[in-house]
Write a new protein. Structure first.
Lengths: 297, 331, 334
């Protein structure tokens, strides 16, 4: 017998959703390092977004010269000291985070959706020509070691940030395609997929509403862990001079510039180095925590 | 008396589903599996027909061919006079609405990441939903009809019991108002108490809506309780066809007798139903190289020379609707 | 003294968040050469009970109370080597899923040799191999030599199950625990295997505990039956009597709702759902679904009461009837 009206039902639906989010957070929070990583990452993201307002010397991010202040060791005025142009290293690192996060956003923002869709299609039509086409294409890109491929692309093109991003994107997408492909090809024979076909669902509906939800966990986890790789590879590309060029405050570029002054002016190198480590580590920890969240469901 | 295969008996004249000489073979590295090897039968509207057999009998494959998950290797399947041997993806929407299926294991036939509401909603939406509120109405109606409490709308399949999952699967199938519902071992994965609930619901639905059921099962007690006619399959072929009452009263084929004898019974009255005991022996042979002649001869206690060489045709036993494919009954 | 006696066993499963109070004071016993059935729906705790006896509960399982007495010795308190002796030589278990019970990377031969060696039935390899062949022959496997050399996936379901039975018999000198030994098998094969188990158990004068939710199977093969619901034993009786005249409401409903060959009338089913073990209902765990539930059922756990010779029921209907009747040790708990 009908006991609830629409309002009550809607309320109940909301309650159930909140409850499942709460449970997900609980699973996440059991992994203490993951929680630490989460908050650190959140802090980094916020400061990077508001870099102009949060950093002590925003103008130091770009072209700025003040030889009077050059090579200052760490102090309260300059947490990581100053570099050879007198710029505050700490500020530059924060701006560097902005670049790194932008790289992550752009690369994953393209690679994850594109790779997933390709994987879904290839897996669903496994055995047909579509599968062979997509599969073959991804095999080509997978065959080359990622860093080598990225460097090759960058050296062919003009060295700048955009091309670095292009290179990373190109070499990254096949990994998602392969993962989604294997998941799709095993799930597509589940009875509920057959049922969906029998009920008349169209293919794109089946892919996105039946299959994809069952794969979101691994995809999101992988994306988060990949973020740290994107940062490292991006920094490597810049480090060898093929990515962002000085005076852009890219973490890798800074590392390349500053490490020339080791060991005397060690604090300059320390800045971007710690920056990379902290950023990569927090993505890793969060990814780890995400894995727990999805595994526990 | 040799009789033509049953399909010929009731071709036109109101038959809902006609299967004629259906064969389905699968190519595997080990050889060709002859899952269904030439069967014919028909169904009339509103009846419950049971396809009974053990593993390898081909009953599930038959059901899947009718559904369109496979296409026939040979033979025809006709629904309301229309040939439907086409894969499910290419079937017209009206046909998808008319023939539906409920799978054996509700845990895998319901998407574990969707809530009950989402599961039912996708169905309702495809088949003429109207607005959001109308869809919700329809969903609530279905839940009510099947006796599922409204709280279940927001639960995932993992959070509800086996019997209820099966009821959700039923609700999903009913949402499109099918005329023919294929039930693939609907209670095999369920506990005894859930079984009776599901079976009662099935009967009620049939009474209310006149749905025809094609019941695939190996459980003869379920057959006794809800179906009107029975077909026994073994290794891809039909060996006995009868009305349920006649079937239990006078099981003719030795395989049928072996099946019945193998059922462990609980009560004395059940015990009395059992035919003279044929102890089960032997294993079910492979479907890649089925035994020649009558496929059951390797395990049959009454094997004769002819059984090893020639496949038996249909003979009628008792009433004209009771057919046995066994040389013992040739007159 | 009985061969095996389980007294008032409490078993919990602990996950990080929750505790599942599965077994709530279950008691049973098995005598020598006795065949005992344990029936109940899935989730009732039957497998948990068997595993607790052999102390092979999964890591989250903890015994929270009670005793498991093997020939008078409490296995829960016994030292490791004694327990292992029992597991290797005295008790054999047939698990529910034959594919899961056999390690897929080892041949049948390796499995059999392991079991035979541990149970001390043979010492050198050649002796063990021929003994393995014998065991496989005794479970009616055609061509035992070939089976020995096969991997589990190369065998059919029925053959796998027979291998598992052979293994269990090899390590059982006194007791065979059979947990749903024929699920997923075809009905005709089921019949063969059950008759096989029956014959072998009789031949070797073993005791047996047969766990199943298929009532008919238990009805045919056991001397006595225990009915289990939500972690407690609710009824105990000689098999014939139980199926002819069940006493506990759950047993009655269970038997009645099973589809029968004989009649076209379907059972009513049991309303409601099995309880959530995280917060099981107070008092009698069945009261939420029982058509005869009284006030006292909600508060007090019913004591096990002897209704007649060999018949015990844990239900307030009967403890009331026998006011002053003999009562068994499970006691009243608030």
């Amino acid at each position: 017998m009908r006991s609830m009206d629409y309002v009550t039902l809607a309320r109940m639906e909301r309650r159930v959703r909140i409850e499942s989010l709460r449970r997900a957070w609980f699973r996440f929070s059991r992994n203490k390092p993951a929680v630490v990583g989460f908050f650190v990452l959140a802090a980094i993201v916020i400061t990077a977004l508001l870099a102009e307002y949060v950093t002590p010397y925003p103008s130091h991010a770009g072209l700025y010269i003040n030889f009077k202040e050059k090579f200052q060791p760490p102090s309260f005025k300059h947490l990581f000291g100053t570099d050879m142009y007198g710029r505050d290293v700490f500020t530059r690192v924060i701006f560097g985070f902005r670049y790194a996060l932008m790289m992550v956003g752009v690369v994953l923002g393209i690679v994850v959706p594109a790779g997933t869709i390709l994987g879904l299609v290839a897996g669903y039509y496994k055995g047909t020509i579509i599968d062979h086409l997509i599969g073959g294409l991804s095999e080509i890109f997978v065959a080359v070691p990622p860093l080598v491929l990225a460097l090759a692309i960058c050296s062919l093109l003009e060295p700048n940030v955009i091309n670095a991003l292009l290179a990373i994107t190109l070499m990254w997408w096949p990994w998602y395609t392969r993962m989604v492909y294997s998941m799709t090809s095993s799930l597509r024979n589940e009875p509920y997929v057959w049922e969906a076909k029998a009920l008349g669902m169209r293919t794109y509906q089946i892919l996105f509403k039946e299959l994809l939800p069952n794969m979101l966990g691994p995809i999101l986890t992988k994306a988060t862990l990949d973020a740290s790789w994107v940062i490292i590879i991006g920094a490597s590309i810049s480090f060898v001079g093929l990515g962002a060029q000085p005076p852009t405050p890219d973490l890798g570029t800074m590392l390349a510039e500053y490490c020339r002054y080791l060991p005397s002016y060690w604090w300059m190198t320390l800045g971007p180095l710690l920056g990379i480590i902290v950023l990569v580590l927090s993505f890793n920890l969060v990814g780890d925590g995400l894995r727990d969240v999805f595994a526990g469901e | 008396m040799v009789v033509e295969t049953e399909g010929d008996l009731s071709t036109s004249s109101g038959a809902l589903l006609v299967v004629k000489n259906l064969k389905k073979y699968f190519k595997t590295p080990k050889g060709t599996v002859r899952a269904v090897d030439g069967i014919s039968f028909s169904m009339v509207p509103g009846e419950t027909l049971a396809l009974v057999g053990e593993s390898g009998s081909g009953k599930t494959t038959t059901a899947h061919v009718i559904m369109g998950f496979y296409t026939p290797t040979e033979g025809t399947v006709t629904y309301k006079g229309v040939e439907i041997g086409i894969p499910i993806e290419r079937r017209p929407l009206w046909l998808k609405r008319e023939i539906q299926i409920v799978f054996q294991d509700p845990a895998t036939s319901l998407n574990p990441k969707k809530t009950v509401k989402e599961i039912l909603e996708s169905v309702v939406r495809i088949h003429g939903g109207g607005g959001k509120l109308e869809r919700l109405e329809r969903i609530l109606e279905l839940m009510d009809y099947l006796g599922l409490p409204e709280e279940y709308l927001f639960k995932r399949p993992t959070e509800i019991g086996g019997g209820e999952k099966q009821l959700v699967a039923l609700a999903r199938a009913l949402a499109v108002n099918p005329t023919l519902l294929i039930l693939d071992e609907p209670t095999s994965a369920l506990d005894v108490s859930a079984q009776s609930k599901v079976l009662r619901t099935l009967l009620r639905i049939q009474q209310d809506r006149g749905v025809s059921y094609l019941l695939i099962t190996h459980d003869l007690s379920v057959v006794r309780n809800i179906s009107r006619r029975v077909i026994i399959m073994y290794l891809g072929k039909i060996y006995e066809v009868a009305d349920t009452e006649e079937f239990f009263g006078r099981p003719a084929h030795p395989y049928t007798q072996m099946l019945l004898s193998s059922i462990p019974t609980m009560t004395e009255e059940d015990e009395r139903i059992l035919p003279k005991r044929i102890e089960s022996r032997g294993e079910i042979p492979s479907a890649i190289n089925p035994p020649p002649g009558c496929r059951f001869h390797t395990r049959c206690p009454y094997t004769m020379e002819v059984c090893r060489r020639m496949e038996p045709p249909a003979f009628s036993v008792g009433s004209s609707s009771h057919l046995v494919y066994c040389w013992l009954y040739s007159t | 003294m009985q061969l095996l006696e389980v007294r008032n066993l409490h078993v919990n499963y602990r996950s990080y968040w929750y505790t599942y109070y599965v077994l709530d004071g279950a008691s049973l016993y098995v005598d020598r050469k006795e065949k005992v059935g344990l029936i109940g729906e899935s989730g009732a705790g039957k497998t948990t009970l068997l595993k607790a006896v052999l102390q092979i509960l999964p890591p989250q399982g903890r015994v929270a109370g009670g005793e498991v007495l093997w020939k008078g010795v409490n296995l829960l308190k016994a030292d490791r080597s004694y327990l292992n002796e029992i597991r290797r030589k005295e008790v054999g278990m047939v698990f529910q899923d034959p594919l899961g019970a056999l390690d897929p990377v080892f041949k049948v031969k390796d499995h059999m040799l392991d079991v035979l060696r541990y149970s001390g039935r043979c010492s050198d390899r050649r002796e063990c191999l021929s003994l393995a062949e014998e065991y496989l022959r005794s479970v009616l496997l055609p061509d035992p030599k070939r089976v020995l050399e096969s991997y589990p996936f190369q065998l059919s379901g029925g053959m796998r199950q027979r291998v598992v039975i052979a293994m269990a018999l090899a390590s059982a000198r006194s007791l065979l625990l059979a947990d749903e030994p024929t699920t997923n098998l075809d009905v005709t094969i089921q019949d063969q295997i059950l008759r096989l188990i029956d014959r072998l158990v009789e031949e070797r004068e073993l005791s047996m505990v047969l766990v199943s939710h298929a009532l008919g199977m238990v009805a045919k093969m056991t001397h006595r039956v225990y009915v289990m619901y939500a972690g407690t034993i609710v009824e105990e009786a000689p098999t014939r009597e139980l199926f002819k005249e069940p006493l506990h409401p759950y047993t009655t409903l269970l038997i009645e709702s099973a589809p029968k060959l004989a009649s076209r009338r379907l059972g009513e089913g049991i309303k409601g759902n099995p309880p959530d073990y995280r917060c099981p209902p107070p008092g009698c765990r069945f009261h939420t679904r029982c058509p005869y539930a009284m006030d006292v059922c909600k508060k007090l756990k019913p004591p096990k009461v002897e209704v007649s010779q060999g018949r015990h029921v844990a239900c307030h209907i009967y403890s009331k009837k026998l006011e002053g009747g003999r009562s068994d040790g499970s006691g009243n708990r608030g």
